[in-house]
Design a protein around this ligand. Structure first.
Ligand SMILES: O=c1cc[nH]c(=O)[nH]1
Length: 164
């Protein structure tokens, strides 16, 4: 019981996010995946990017997950939950996570690393603003863990040949 602080479990859940990102890409969306876990590390929700199939510019995996989480759970509960994601949340998603009440974020690769993959591709003109800066401007703490070098290769592999 209690908040999981086990690096191996974080890595397992980040790998599961990679699987979600593979499915998002296969469904025609951008290759990003996220999930919500409770304080014991049980997976409650999974969410891939839905920008293309839903035709919504804000359909990032993390923003969509934060919205669904807030529909389902009260803020007091979300403070004990963790959002896992393949890539560090952008400034928009960090804002959504902040407002949702989610207490912790664990990510695989940094926004900077992602920017190196997406380059000038107009489908993902990355906002160069670390999520810790966004959260740091808020009025409640959000713990952030990442990047995780252990999952970098497999996270990046899903982006291979995708961005121009
Ligand atoms: O982290 C990110 C970046 C772009 N799109 C997503 O769905 N997630």
């Amino acid at each position: 019981m209690g908040e999981i602080n086990n690096r191996e479990r974080h890595i397992e859940l980040l790998r599961r996010c990679v699987e979600v990102s593979v499915r998002a890409k296969a469904s025609g969306n951008h290759p990003f995946g996220a999930l919500l876990a409770d304080a014991d590390g049980n997976v409650l929700l999974e969410q891939g990017n839905i920008e293309v199939t839903e035709g919504v510019c804000t359909g990032h995996a993390e923003a969509s997950l934060a919205a669904e989480a807030s529909r389902r759970y009260p803020k007091e509960r979300l403070r004990t939950y963790t959002l896992y994601t393949t890539a560090e949340p952008c400034a928009m998603c960090a804002g959504d996570i902040y407002w949702s009440g989610i207490g912790r974020v664990v990510y695989g690769i940094s926004e900077r690393r992602l920017a190196g993959l997406t380059g000038e591709d107009k489908r993902n003109l990355t906002l160069d603003l670390p999520c810790r800066i966004v959260f740091g401007a808020g009025r409640r703490p959000i713990e952030v863990l990442g990047p995780f070098p252990e999952v970098e290769a497999e996270t990046v592999a899903v982006h291979a040949g995708y961005w121009s």
